[in-house]
Write a new protein. Structure first.
Length: 385
């Protein structure tokens, strides 16, 4: 029914919104911690890249030692082929790993370093030619002094921006002769955080949508069970009163009439006493089936009381409703499922067509009165109010 549909949508939406608020609140807290996790993972990745580059250099460490021992690179008195070949290797490592910078350096003093190799494009303004000097950070000094693989947190630098760096020692027979440095910029970190956030929110959106569908179905089952007669599967008395109100509301809104029908099994108590309650239950189920067979999908059928049924036929005049009721009576009369001849049921029926001045309670009473009039006149009859 429309009333149930609206309640289901409203209830499902309310619960889903509450669930979404909880899920997205939890997600916001998690995403707030994702940056720290990403920085930690990026630090470990940078350490691995730096260690790998150091191993490549140490495979031919004598050439690197000779290159790093040159005191004045401006004279060009160094192995340029080795220098270009190793810079190309670092560029390849940089490209394959997504690192922002891959370089090597040697210590000049506790406050200054000198760049040896650089994986940046030589045409780039960011390229550090061999022999270029730069200040030494406390993290670099610690790496030189301890001679172990290490990584920094995010560092703010006026010249290079925000970045994290990992250092791996370059050793020759145990002697530290330089460091490999690998940088990841804050843009790299932000990109990963944004991607993780996007995927997280996408998953949450899909979970929310699936939750709405599941919750909607649960509420449908709930409201359907509240308004369904367990024996016949028809709408029960609670649903009947709601349906009449909504039928009147729709009739006023769209200007389309409808007909209300009350049907009562004649002498049902005597049938139960004579043929037993199981047979009476069989009658109820068979009549419910006959009513559904003789109505449209848009029509509503109810078990109104113990032995009473009801129907709402939208867009149907009382004359057309009369034909439907006659078909139902005929189907009952011809139904071979009623095996007991002296317990074959009949139905007295009252029909009332809606008019603008009538209320729901008045309409129900009018149809009920018409049904009782048909009983008073001999039963198994149809009366219109």
């Amino acid at each position: 029914m429309e009333y149930d549909r609206k309640k289901v949508i409203a209830s499902s939406a309310a619960v889903t919104v509450l669930l979404a608020i909880i899920l997205f609140s939890v997600a916001s807290i998690l995403i707030g911690n994702i940056k720290d996790i990403v920085i930690k993972e990026a630090s470990e990745e940078a350490k691995g890249i730096a260690a790998t580059a150091a191993r490549f250099i140490e495979d031919n460490v004598s050439d690197y030692r000779n290159l790093s021992m040159v005191t004045d690179y401006s004279k060009g008195s160094f192995d340029k082929n080795y220098y270009l070949r190793m810079n190309k290797l670092l560029r390849r490592i940089k490209k394959d790993t997504g690192a922002d910078f891959v370089f090597t350096e040697k210590k000049i003093s506790d406050t200054e370093i000198e760049y040896i190799l650089d994986g940046e494009d030589p045409e780039s303004d960011l390229f550090s030619p061999i022999g270029s000097k730069d200040g030494m950070s406390k993290e670099e000094l610690s790496a030189f002094n301890e001679g172990i693989i290490t990584a920094t947190g995010m560092i703010k630098d006026e010249a290079w921006g925000d970045y994290l760096t990992a250092f791996a020692p370059i050793k020759d027979s145990g002697e530290l002769i330089g460091l490999v440095g690998v940088d990841f910029s804050s843009d790299y970190i932000k990109k990963i955080v944004n991607n993780v956030s996007y995927v997280t929110y996408l998953i949450l959106f899909l979970l929310t949508a699936l939750s709405y569908i599941a919750i909607n179905n649960l509420f449908k089952i709930h409201y359907s069970s509240l308004n369904t007669d367990f024996m016949t599967g028809l709408i029960n008395r609670r649903g009947f009163k709601e349906a009449v109100h909504y039928a009147i509301s729709d009739a006023k809104r769209y200007g389309i009439t409808f007909t209300l029908i009350i049907l009562d099994i004649d002498n049902f108590k005597e049938i139960n006493d004579r043929c037993g309650h199981p047979y009476g239950d069989k009658i109820l189920n068979n009549i419910a089936h006959i009513i559904k067979q003789n109505t449209r999908h848009s029509d509503l059928s109810f078990r109104y009381g113990g032995d009473e049924f009801a129907m709402i036929l939208p867009g149907t005049s009382k004359e057309d409703a009369l034909l439907v009721c006659r078909n139902i009576q005929h189907s009952i009369a011809e139904d071979r499922n009623f095996s007991e001849d002296n317990c074959h049921p009949t139905m007295s029926i009252g029909i009332c067509e809606w008019s603008e001045e009538i209320t729901a309670d008045e309409m129900i009473k009018a149809a009920d009165d018409a049904m009782y009039l048909s009983k008073d006149e001999g039963k198994d009859r149809i009366k219109m109010c």
